[in-house]
Design a protein around this ligand. Structure first.
Ligand SMILES: Cc1cc2nc3c(=O)[nH]c(=O)nc-3n(C[C@H](O)[C@H](O)[C@H](O)COP(=O)(O)OP(=O)(O)OC[C@H]3O[C@@H](n4cnc5c(N)ncnc54)[C@H](O)[C@@H]3O)c2cc1C
Length: 474
Protein backbone atom coordinates (compact mmCIF):
# COMPACT_ATOMS: atom_id res chain seq x y z
CA UNK A 1 0.00 0.00 0.00
CA UNK A 2 1.26 3.50 -0.78
CA UNK A 3 -0.48 5.69 1.75
CA UNK A 4 -2.57 5.20 4.87
CA UNK A 5 -4.18 7.86 7.02
CA UNK A 6 -3.75 7.28 10.76
CA UNK A 7 -6.64 9.01 12.46
CA UNK A 8 -5.57 9.63 16.08
CA UNK A 9 -8.47 9.84 18.51
CA UNK A 10 -7.96 8.94 22.19
CA UNK A 11 -4.61 7.29 21.53
CA UNK A 12 -2.34 10.34 21.52
CA UNK A 13 0.93 8.45 21.83
CA UNK A 14 3.64 6.67 19.90
CA UNK A 15 4.40 3.94 22.47
CA UNK A 16 2.25 0.81 22.41
CA UNK A 17 0.15 2.18 19.57
CA UNK A 18 -0.89 -0.75 17.42
CA UNK A 19 -2.90 1.45 15.03
CA UNK A 20 0.18 3.46 14.09
CA UNK A 21 2.52 0.47 14.09
CA UNK A 22 0.27 -1.52 11.75
CA UNK A 23 -0.18 1.40 9.37
CA UNK A 24 3.60 1.88 9.26
CA UNK A 25 4.07 -1.80 8.53
CA UNK A 26 1.43 -1.85 5.78
CA UNK A 27 2.03 1.45 3.94
CA UNK A 28 4.99 3.28 2.38
CA UNK A 29 3.85 6.56 3.92
CA UNK A 30 1.36 7.53 6.58
CA UNK A 31 -0.64 10.71 7.12
CA UNK A 32 -1.07 11.14 10.90
CA UNK A 33 -4.23 13.16 11.50
CA UNK A 34 -5.97 14.65 14.52
CA UNK A 35 -9.39 16.24 14.15
CA UNK A 36 -10.78 18.67 16.73
CA UNK A 37 -14.47 17.82 16.55
CA UNK A 38 -16.65 20.91 17.33
CA UNK A 39 -19.33 18.60 18.72
CA UNK A 40 -17.03 17.65 21.62
CA UNK A 41 -16.92 21.33 22.60
CA UNK A 42 -20.66 21.99 22.13
CA UNK A 43 -23.24 22.51 24.90
CA UNK A 44 -24.16 19.56 27.10
CA UNK A 45 -27.67 18.23 26.56
CA UNK A 46 -28.18 17.80 30.30
CA UNK A 47 -26.79 20.92 31.98
CA UNK A 48 -25.94 24.48 31.11
CA UNK A 49 -22.25 23.74 30.53
CA UNK A 50 -20.05 22.95 27.54
CA UNK A 51 -19.26 19.26 27.10
CA UNK A 52 -15.55 20.08 27.36
CA UNK A 53 -14.42 22.77 29.76
CA UNK A 54 -11.06 24.60 29.76
CA UNK A 55 -8.99 22.14 31.82
CA UNK A 56 -9.57 19.21 29.49
CA UNK A 57 -9.53 21.34 26.34
CA UNK A 58 -6.09 22.64 27.31
CA UNK A 59 -4.91 19.13 28.13
CA UNK A 60 -6.02 17.90 24.69
CA UNK A 61 -4.32 20.84 22.96
CA UNK A 62 -1.08 20.09 24.80
CA UNK A 63 -1.35 16.38 24.03
CA UNK A 64 -1.83 17.05 20.33
CA UNK A 65 1.12 19.46 20.36
CA UNK A 66 3.29 16.85 22.07
CA UNK A 67 2.26 14.17 19.58
CA UNK A 68 3.18 16.50 16.75
CA UNK A 69 6.62 17.17 18.29
CA UNK A 70 7.26 13.42 18.70
CA UNK A 71 6.26 12.73 15.10
CA UNK A 72 8.49 15.56 13.89
CA UNK A 73 11.40 14.10 15.85
CA UNK A 74 10.88 10.92 13.78
CA UNK A 75 10.87 12.69 10.42
CA UNK A 76 7.09 12.98 10.18
CA UNK A 77 4.40 15.44 11.20
CA UNK A 78 0.82 15.63 12.40
CA UNK A 79 -1.94 17.08 10.28
CA UNK A 80 -4.35 19.01 12.51
CA UNK A 81 -7.83 19.95 11.33
CA UNK A 82 -10.92 21.41 13.00
CA UNK A 83 -14.28 20.11 11.77
CA UNK A 84 -16.59 17.11 11.68
CA UNK A 85 -14.53 13.92 11.43
CA UNK A 86 -17.05 12.37 9.03
CA UNK A 87 -16.20 15.03 6.46
CA UNK A 88 -12.57 15.86 7.40
CA UNK A 89 -11.23 12.28 7.52
CA UNK A 90 -12.55 11.22 4.06
CA UNK A 91 -11.48 14.49 2.49
CA UNK A 92 -7.92 14.13 3.89
CA UNK A 93 -7.85 10.51 2.69
CA UNK A 94 -8.91 11.63 -0.78
CA UNK A 95 -6.44 14.51 -0.84
CA UNK A 96 -3.54 12.10 -0.26
CA UNK A 97 -4.94 9.29 -2.39
CA UNK A 98 -4.91 7.04 0.68
CA UNK A 99 -5.89 3.40 0.32
CA UNK A 100 -7.02 3.05 3.90
CA UNK A 101 -7.73 4.86 7.16
CA UNK A 102 -6.44 3.29 10.39
CA UNK A 103 -7.96 4.26 13.73
CA UNK A 104 -8.77 3.12 17.25
CA UNK A 105 -12.38 2.33 18.06
CA UNK A 106 -14.08 3.45 21.28
CA UNK A 107 -17.24 2.36 23.02
CA UNK A 108 -20.13 4.72 23.91
CA UNK A 109 -22.82 6.28 21.82
CA UNK A 110 -21.37 9.57 20.57
CA UNK A 111 -17.96 8.06 19.81
CA UNK A 112 -19.56 5.25 17.82
CA UNK A 113 -21.88 7.64 15.99
CA UNK A 114 -18.88 9.68 14.83
CA UNK A 115 -17.02 6.53 13.91
CA UNK A 116 -19.92 5.03 11.96
CA UNK A 117 -20.60 8.25 10.04
CA UNK A 118 -16.90 8.43 9.13
CA UNK A 119 -16.78 4.79 8.08
CA UNK A 120 -19.80 5.15 5.88
CA UNK A 121 -18.40 8.32 4.20
CA UNK A 122 -15.15 6.41 3.58
CA UNK A 123 -17.05 3.42 2.19
CA UNK A 124 -18.82 5.77 -0.27
CA UNK A 125 -15.36 6.71 -1.57
CA UNK A 126 -14.20 3.09 -1.55
CA UNK A 127 -11.54 3.77 1.06
CA UNK A 128 -10.85 0.87 3.38
CA UNK A 129 -10.87 1.18 7.16
CA UNK A 130 -8.77 -0.73 9.67
CA UNK A 131 -10.02 -0.54 13.24
CA UNK A 132 -8.00 -1.35 16.37
CA UNK A 133 -8.76 -1.78 20.05
CA UNK A 134 -5.90 -0.07 21.87
CA UNK A 135 -7.10 1.57 25.07
CA UNK A 136 -7.68 -1.19 27.62
CA UNK A 137 -5.34 -3.39 29.61
CA UNK A 138 -6.90 -6.62 28.34
CA UNK A 139 -7.69 -6.79 24.66
CA UNK A 140 -11.38 -7.20 23.91
CA UNK A 141 -10.68 -10.33 21.85
CA UNK A 142 -8.86 -11.96 24.77
CA UNK A 143 -11.78 -11.82 27.22
CA UNK A 144 -12.64 -15.33 28.40
CA UNK A 145 -16.36 -14.57 27.85
CA UNK A 146 -17.57 -12.67 24.77
CA UNK A 147 -18.15 -9.04 25.69
CA UNK A 148 -21.94 -9.18 25.23
CA UNK A 149 -22.18 -11.91 27.86
CA UNK A 150 -19.76 -10.63 30.50
CA UNK A 151 -20.84 -10.43 34.12
CA UNK A 152 -22.39 -7.12 35.17
CA UNK A 153 -20.69 -7.31 38.55
CA UNK A 154 -17.06 -6.31 38.86
CA UNK A 155 -15.64 -8.97 41.19
CA UNK A 156 -16.69 -12.13 39.28
CA UNK A 157 -15.72 -10.46 36.01
CA UNK A 158 -12.29 -9.48 37.36
CA UNK A 159 -11.63 -12.93 38.81
CA UNK A 160 -12.50 -14.62 35.55
CA UNK A 161 -10.24 -12.29 33.57
CA UNK A 162 -7.36 -12.63 36.03
CA UNK A 163 -7.65 -16.41 35.89
CA UNK A 164 -8.23 -16.95 32.18
CA UNK A 165 -6.76 -14.08 30.20
CA UNK A 166 -3.40 -12.41 29.89
CA UNK A 167 -2.22 -8.94 29.00
CA UNK A 168 -0.64 -8.68 25.57
CA UNK A 169 2.87 -7.33 25.13
CA UNK A 170 3.25 -3.66 24.32
CA UNK A 171 3.88 -2.70 20.71
CA UNK A 172 7.29 -1.20 19.80
CA UNK A 173 7.57 2.59 19.49
CA UNK A 174 8.41 3.50 15.89
CA UNK A 175 11.78 5.12 15.25
CA UNK A 176 10.82 6.79 11.98
CA UNK A 177 7.48 7.93 10.64
CA UNK A 178 7.60 8.70 6.92
CA UNK A 179 4.92 11.21 5.95
CA UNK A 180 4.33 13.11 2.69
CA UNK A 181 4.75 16.92 2.60
CA UNK A 182 1.69 18.77 3.88
CA UNK A 183 0.55 21.98 5.46
CA UNK A 184 0.24 20.71 9.04
CA UNK A 185 -2.27 23.32 10.29
CA UNK A 186 -2.34 25.06 13.65
CA UNK A 187 -3.51 23.51 16.90
CA UNK A 188 -6.64 25.60 17.58
CA UNK A 189 -6.56 27.96 20.56
CA UNK A 190 -9.10 27.69 23.39
CA UNK A 191 -10.87 30.68 21.81
CA UNK A 192 -10.99 28.88 18.43
CA UNK A 193 -12.64 25.95 20.21
CA UNK A 194 -15.12 28.31 21.89
CA UNK A 195 -13.78 27.41 25.33
CA UNK A 196 -13.40 29.90 28.20
CA UNK A 197 -9.90 30.96 29.24
CA UNK A 198 -8.11 28.71 31.68
CA UNK A 199 -7.43 29.93 35.19
CA UNK A 200 -4.85 27.99 37.14
CA UNK A 201 -5.13 27.70 40.92
CA UNK A 202 -1.83 27.22 42.71
CA UNK A 203 -3.55 24.96 45.27
CA UNK A 204 -3.93 22.23 42.61
CA UNK A 205 -2.70 18.74 43.56
CA UNK A 206 -1.24 18.18 40.11
CA UNK A 207 -0.52 20.34 37.14
CA UNK A 208 -1.33 17.83 34.43
CA UNK A 209 0.52 18.84 31.31
CA UNK A 210 -1.03 17.03 28.40
CA UNK A 211 0.89 14.62 26.22
CA UNK A 212 2.75 11.37 26.15
CA UNK A 213 6.00 12.97 27.27
CA UNK A 214 4.46 14.43 30.43
CA UNK A 215 2.51 11.21 31.09
CA UNK A 216 5.65 9.11 30.95
CA UNK A 217 7.45 11.60 33.17
CA UNK A 218 4.66 11.36 35.71
CA UNK A 219 4.88 7.57 35.68
CA UNK A 220 8.65 7.70 36.09
CA UNK A 221 8.31 10.09 39.04
CA UNK A 222 5.40 8.39 40.81
CA UNK A 223 6.56 4.80 40.44
CA UNK A 224 10.35 5.02 40.27
CA UNK A 225 11.83 8.34 41.47
CA UNK A 226 9.52 8.86 44.44
CA UNK A 227 8.96 5.12 44.98
CA UNK A 228 5.26 5.62 45.72
CA UNK A 229 3.93 2.39 44.27
CA UNK A 230 4.93 0.31 47.29
CA UNK A 231 2.42 2.23 49.45
CA UNK A 232 -0.33 3.02 46.91
CA UNK A 233 -3.03 0.89 48.58
CA UNK A 234 -2.49 2.69 51.89
CA UNK A 235 -2.45 6.20 50.43
CA UNK A 236 -4.95 5.98 47.56
CA UNK A 237 -7.83 7.33 49.63
CA UNK A 238 -5.94 10.52 50.32
CA UNK A 239 -7.28 13.95 49.43
CA UNK A 240 -4.39 16.40 49.46
CA UNK A 241 -1.18 16.56 47.49
CA UNK A 242 0.36 15.05 44.43
CA UNK A 243 1.29 11.55 45.47
CA UNK A 244 -1.58 9.87 47.34
CA UNK A 245 -2.63 8.27 44.05
CA UNK A 246 -0.98 7.95 40.66
CA UNK A 247 -2.82 10.82 38.88
CA UNK A 248 -2.36 8.85 35.65
CA UNK A 249 -6.05 9.24 34.78
CA UNK A 250 -5.94 12.20 32.38
CA UNK A 251 -3.11 10.66 30.37
CA UNK A 252 -4.92 7.32 30.28
CA UNK A 253 -8.15 9.01 29.19
CA UNK A 254 -6.56 10.68 26.17
CA UNK A 255 -4.42 7.64 25.44
CA UNK A 256 -1.16 9.49 26.18
CA UNK A 257 -0.35 6.54 28.45
CA UNK A 258 -1.14 3.00 27.46
CA UNK A 259 -2.51 0.87 30.29
CA UNK A 260 -0.37 -2.03 29.05
CA UNK A 261 2.71 0.15 29.42
CA UNK A 262 1.67 1.04 32.99
CA UNK A 263 1.16 -2.66 33.67
CA UNK A 264 4.58 -3.49 32.24
CA UNK A 265 6.20 -0.90 34.48
CA UNK A 266 4.36 -2.32 37.51
CA UNK A 267 5.71 -5.77 36.56
CA UNK A 268 9.22 -4.41 36.28
CA UNK A 269 8.87 -2.63 39.64
CA UNK A 270 7.69 -5.89 41.18
CA UNK A 271 10.75 -7.74 39.96
CA UNK A 272 13.25 -4.95 40.65
CA UNK A 273 11.89 -3.50 43.91
CA UNK A 274 8.91 -5.05 45.65
CA UNK A 275 5.71 -6.95 44.91
CA UNK A 276 2.98 -6.38 47.48
CA UNK A 277 -0.74 -5.60 47.77
CA UNK A 278 -0.09 -2.01 46.68
CA UNK A 279 1.60 -2.97 43.42
CA UNK A 280 -1.28 -5.34 42.71
CA UNK A 281 -3.84 -2.68 43.58
CA UNK A 282 -2.82 -0.29 40.84
CA UNK A 283 -3.51 -3.03 38.32
CA UNK A 284 -6.76 -3.81 40.16
CA UNK A 285 -7.82 -0.20 39.53
CA UNK A 286 -6.86 -0.45 35.86
CA UNK A 287 -9.20 -3.42 35.74
CA UNK A 288 -12.04 -1.22 37.02
CA UNK A 289 -11.27 1.02 34.09
CA UNK A 290 -11.41 -1.93 31.69
CA UNK A 291 -14.62 -3.17 33.28
CA UNK A 292 -16.50 0.03 32.42
CA UNK A 293 -15.13 0.10 28.88
CA UNK A 294 -16.48 -3.39 28.25
CA UNK A 295 -19.75 -2.68 30.06
CA UNK A 296 -20.39 0.15 27.62
CA UNK A 297 -20.00 -2.21 24.69
CA UNK A 298 -22.46 -4.55 26.35
CA UNK A 299 -25.12 -2.05 27.45
CA UNK A 300 -24.61 0.85 25.03
CA UNK A 301 -26.90 3.85 25.40
CA UNK A 302 -28.80 2.30 28.36
CA UNK A 303 -26.03 3.85 30.47
CA UNK A 304 -27.48 7.28 29.73
CA UNK A 305 -31.07 6.49 30.74
CA UNK A 306 -32.20 7.93 34.10
CA UNK A 307 -32.98 4.38 35.28
CA UNK A 308 -29.57 3.23 34.05
CA UNK A 309 -28.77 -0.25 32.78
CA UNK A 310 -31.13 -1.83 35.29
CA UNK A 311 -34.09 0.37 34.41
CA UNK A 312 -34.51 1.46 38.04
CA UNK A 313 -37.79 3.24 38.57
CA UNK A 314 -36.87 6.24 40.69
CA UNK A 315 -38.27 9.74 40.46
CA UNK A 316 -35.34 12.17 40.22
CA UNK A 317 -35.65 15.83 41.16
CA UNK A 318 -34.74 18.39 38.52
CA UNK A 319 -34.31 21.48 40.67
CA UNK A 320 -31.88 23.82 38.93
CA UNK A 321 -31.22 26.07 41.94
CA UNK A 322 -30.32 23.14 44.19
CA UNK A 323 -28.19 21.63 41.45
CA UNK A 324 -26.29 24.92 41.07
CA UNK A 325 -25.51 25.06 44.77
CA UNK A 326 -24.03 21.59 44.53
CA UNK A 327 -22.10 22.42 41.34
CA UNK A 328 -20.70 25.67 42.74
CA UNK A 329 -19.64 24.10 46.05
CA UNK A 330 -22.20 26.13 48.01
CA UNK A 331 -24.23 23.39 49.71
CA UNK A 332 -23.07 24.40 53.19
CA UNK A 333 -21.68 20.86 53.74
CA UNK A 334 -17.90 21.40 53.79
CA UNK A 335 -16.71 18.00 52.56
CA UNK A 336 -18.94 18.25 49.48
CA UNK A 337 -18.14 21.90 48.85
CA UNK A 338 -14.37 21.50 49.19
CA UNK A 339 -14.41 18.72 46.61
CA UNK A 340 -16.60 20.63 44.19
CA UNK A 341 -14.45 23.74 44.54
CA UNK A 342 -11.32 21.69 43.88
CA UNK A 343 -12.97 20.30 40.74
CA UNK A 344 -14.06 23.74 39.58
CA UNK A 345 -10.66 25.33 40.12
CA UNK A 346 -8.39 22.51 38.91
CA UNK A 347 -10.32 19.91 36.86
CA UNK A 348 -9.34 17.17 39.32
CA UNK A 349 -11.06 15.51 42.28
CA UNK A 350 -9.90 12.42 44.19
CA UNK A 351 -11.80 9.17 43.87
CA UNK A 352 -13.02 9.50 47.47
CA UNK A 353 -14.25 13.01 46.70
CA UNK A 354 -16.05 11.87 43.53
CA UNK A 355 -17.88 9.12 45.37
CA UNK A 356 -19.03 11.50 48.08
CA UNK A 357 -19.97 14.39 45.82
CA UNK A 358 -21.93 12.01 43.58
CA UNK A 359 -23.67 10.35 46.50
CA UNK A 360 -24.67 13.72 47.96
CA UNK A 361 -26.26 14.83 44.69
CA UNK A 362 -28.00 11.57 43.79
CA UNK A 363 -28.83 10.14 47.24
CA UNK A 364 -29.25 13.09 49.58
CA UNK A 365 -30.56 15.73 47.16
CA UNK A 366 -32.24 13.12 44.92
CA UNK A 367 -31.30 15.15 41.83
CA UNK A 368 -31.04 13.45 38.42
CA UNK A 369 -27.65 11.76 38.57
CA UNK A 370 -27.14 12.46 34.86
CA UNK A 371 -26.91 16.18 35.62
CA UNK A 372 -24.02 15.40 37.94
CA UNK A 373 -22.38 13.11 35.39
CA UNK A 374 -22.70 15.79 32.72
CA UNK A 375 -21.24 18.39 35.07
CA UNK A 376 -18.23 16.15 35.76
CA UNK A 377 -17.97 15.56 32.01
CA UNK A 378 -17.56 19.28 31.50
CA UNK A 379 -15.11 19.87 34.34
CA UNK A 380 -12.90 16.80 34.69
CA UNK A 381 -9.51 16.92 33.03
CA UNK A 382 -9.50 13.10 33.06
CA UNK A 383 -13.05 12.67 31.79
CA UNK A 384 -13.63 9.34 30.16
CA UNK A 385 -17.16 8.55 29.05
CA UNK A 386 -17.22 4.99 30.39
CA UNK A 387 -15.39 5.63 33.68
CA UNK A 388 -17.48 8.71 34.40
CA UNK A 389 -20.98 7.61 33.45
CA UNK A 390 -20.30 4.07 34.67
CA UNK A 391 -19.17 5.27 38.10
CA UNK A 392 -22.01 7.78 38.35
CA UNK A 393 -24.60 5.15 37.48
CA UNK A 394 -23.01 2.82 40.03
CA UNK A 395 -23.11 5.49 42.71
CA UNK A 396 -26.69 6.47 41.88
CA UNK A 397 -27.78 2.83 42.26
CA UNK A 398 -28.77 2.38 38.61
CA UNK A 399 -25.57 0.82 37.29
CA UNK A 400 -23.39 -2.20 37.90
CA UNK A 401 -24.31 -2.79 41.50
CA UNK A 402 -27.73 -3.29 42.94
CA UNK A 403 -26.67 -2.61 46.53
CA UNK A 404 -27.65 0.63 48.19
CA UNK A 405 -24.19 2.11 48.48
CA UNK A 406 -24.69 5.68 49.57
CA UNK A 407 -21.90 7.48 51.40
CA UNK A 408 -22.42 9.39 54.62
CA UNK A 409 -20.47 12.50 53.63
CA UNK A 410 -20.16 13.68 57.23
CA UNK A 411 -18.65 10.43 58.47
CA UNK A 412 -16.50 10.19 55.36
CA UNK A 413 -15.15 13.71 55.79
CA UNK A 414 -14.31 13.11 59.43
CA UNK A 415 -12.66 9.79 58.63
CA UNK A 416 -10.60 10.71 55.58
CA UNK A 417 -9.95 14.34 56.54
CA UNK A 418 -9.65 13.87 60.27
CA UNK A 419 -7.72 17.09 60.88
CA UNK A 420 -9.86 19.08 58.38
CA UNK A 421 -6.76 20.02 56.37
CA UNK A 422 -8.51 19.24 53.10
CA UNK A 423 -11.71 21.18 53.74
CA UNK A 424 -9.85 24.22 54.98
CA UNK A 425 -7.44 24.05 52.02
CA UNK A 426 -10.39 24.63 49.67
CA UNK A 427 -12.61 26.56 52.11
CA UNK A 428 -10.16 28.95 53.77
CA UNK A 429 -13.10 30.76 55.37
CA UNK A 430 -13.32 27.77 57.75
CA UNK A 431 -9.62 27.82 58.59
CA UNK A 432 -8.94 27.95 62.31
CA UNK A 433 -12.18 26.23 63.33
CA UNK A 434 -11.88 23.17 65.57
CA UNK A 435 -12.09 20.06 63.36
CA UNK A 436 -15.59 19.09 64.44
CA UNK A 437 -16.91 22.49 63.40
CA UNK A 438 -14.90 22.60 60.19
CA UNK A 439 -16.88 19.54 59.09
CA UNK A 440 -20.18 20.65 60.71
CA UNK A 441 -20.09 24.46 60.87
CA UNK A 442 -23.87 24.66 61.42
CA UNK A 443 -23.20 23.48 64.97
CA UNK A 444 -21.42 26.74 65.85
CA UNK A 445 -23.43 28.83 68.24
CA UNK A 446 -23.69 32.56 67.54
CA UNK A 447 -21.15 33.23 70.23
CA UNK A 448 -18.73 30.69 68.74
CA UNK A 449 -19.22 32.18 65.27
CA UNK A 450 -18.23 35.57 66.64
CA UNK A 451 -15.30 34.03 68.52
CA UNK A 452 -13.94 32.33 65.39
CA UNK A 453 -14.78 35.15 63.00
CA UNK A 454 -17.05 33.05 60.76
CA UNK A 455 -20.65 33.97 60.16
CA UNK A 456 -22.69 31.09 58.80
CA UNK A 457 -24.90 32.32 55.99
CA UNK A 458 -22.45 35.16 55.26
CA UNK A 459 -18.85 33.89 55.19
CA UNK A 460 -19.91 30.34 54.43
CA UNK A 461 -23.38 29.11 53.38
CA UNK A 462 -25.90 27.69 55.80
CA UNK A 463 -26.56 24.04 54.85
CA UNK A 464 -29.22 23.56 52.18
CA UNK A 465 -30.87 20.85 54.29
CA UNK A 466 -30.54 19.31 57.73
CA UNK A 467 -28.01 16.75 56.61
CA UNK A 468 -27.52 15.18 60.05
CA UNK A 469 -31.24 14.54 60.20
CA UNK A 470 -31.20 13.11 56.65
CA UNK A 471 -28.59 10.51 57.61
CA UNK A 472 -30.47 9.70 60.84
CA UNK A 473 -33.58 8.94 58.79
CA UNK A 474 -31.85 6.84 56.09
C1 LIG B 1 -18.55 9.67 40.15
C2 LIG B 1 -17.20 9.25 39.59
C3 LIG B 1 -16.78 9.72 38.34
C4 LIG B 1 -15.56 9.32 37.80
N1 LIG B 1 -15.18 9.79 36.56
C5 LIG B 1 -14.00 9.37 36.02
C6 LIG B 1 -13.60 9.82 34.73
O1 LIG B 1 -14.31 10.55 34.04
N2 LIG B 1 -12.38 9.43 34.28
C7 LIG B 1 -11.56 8.59 35.00
O2 LIG B 1 -10.46 8.26 34.54
N3 LIG B 1 -11.94 8.12 36.21
C8 LIG B 1 -13.12 8.49 36.74
N4 LIG B 1 -13.48 8.03 37.98
C9 LIG B 1 -12.64 7.02 38.65
C10 LIG B 1 -11.57 7.56 39.62
O3 LIG B 1 -12.14 8.47 40.52
C11 LIG B 1 -10.41 8.23 38.88
O4 LIG B 1 -9.92 7.38 37.87
C12 LIG B 1 -9.26 8.53 39.83
O5 LIG B 1 -9.69 9.33 40.90
C13 LIG B 1 -8.14 9.24 39.07
O6 LIG B 1 -7.06 9.50 39.90
P1 LIG B 1 -5.74 8.64 39.79
O7 LIG B 1 -5.28 8.54 38.39
O8 LIG B 1 -4.77 9.20 40.77
O9 LIG B 1 -6.25 7.21 40.24
P2 LIG B 1 -5.46 5.96 40.85
O10 LIG B 1 -6.07 5.64 42.17
O11 LIG B 1 -4.01 6.15 40.82
O12 LIG B 1 -5.88 4.77 39.86
C14 LIG B 1 -5.10 4.39 38.72
C15 LIG B 1 -5.96 4.40 37.49
O13 LIG B 1 -6.99 3.41 37.59
C16 LIG B 1 -8.18 3.87 36.97
N5 LIG B 1 -9.26 3.92 37.95
C17 LIG B 1 -9.14 4.08 39.29
N6 LIG B 1 -10.36 4.01 39.87
C18 LIG B 1 -11.25 3.81 38.90
C19 LIG B 1 -12.66 3.66 38.86
N7 LIG B 1 -13.42 3.68 39.98
N8 LIG B 1 -13.26 3.51 37.66
C20 LIG B 1 -12.54 3.47 36.51
N9 LIG B 1 -11.20 3.60 36.49
C21 LIG B 1 -10.57 3.77 37.66
C22 LIG B 1 -7.89 5.26 36.43
O14 LIG B 1 -7.53 5.17 35.07
C23 LIG B 1 -6.70 5.71 37.28
O15 LIG B 1 -5.87 6.65 36.64
C24 LIG B 1 -14.72 8.43 38.54
C25 LIG B 1 -15.14 7.98 39.80
C26 LIG B 1 -16.36 8.39 40.31
C27 LIG B 1 -16.79 7.87 41.67
Amino acid sequence: MDTAVVWFRRDLRLHDNETLARALADAEEVVPLYVFDPDEYAASRYVDEPKTGPYRAEFVRESVGDLRASLRARGGDLLVRHGEPSSVVPSVAEQFGADAVYFGTHPATEELTVENATRSALADREIRVERFWTHTLYHINDLPTPVDDIDDTYTPWRKEVERNASVRDTVETPTTVPTPEFDPGEVPSLADLGVAELSVDDRAAVDPRGGETAGRERLQKYIWDDDNLRRYKKTRNGLLGEDFSSKFSAWLAQGCLSPRYVHKEVDRYESERVANDSTYWLVFELLWRDFFQFQFIKHGSDFFADGGIRGVDKRWRRDEADFRRWADGETGVPFVDANMRELNRTGYMSNRGRQNAASFLADVLGIDWRWGAAYFESRLVDYDVCSNWGNWAYQAGVGNDSRDNYFNVLGQGERYDSDADYVTHWLPELDGLPTEYAHRPWRLSEREQAEHGVQIGIDYPAPMLDVEEWYRMH
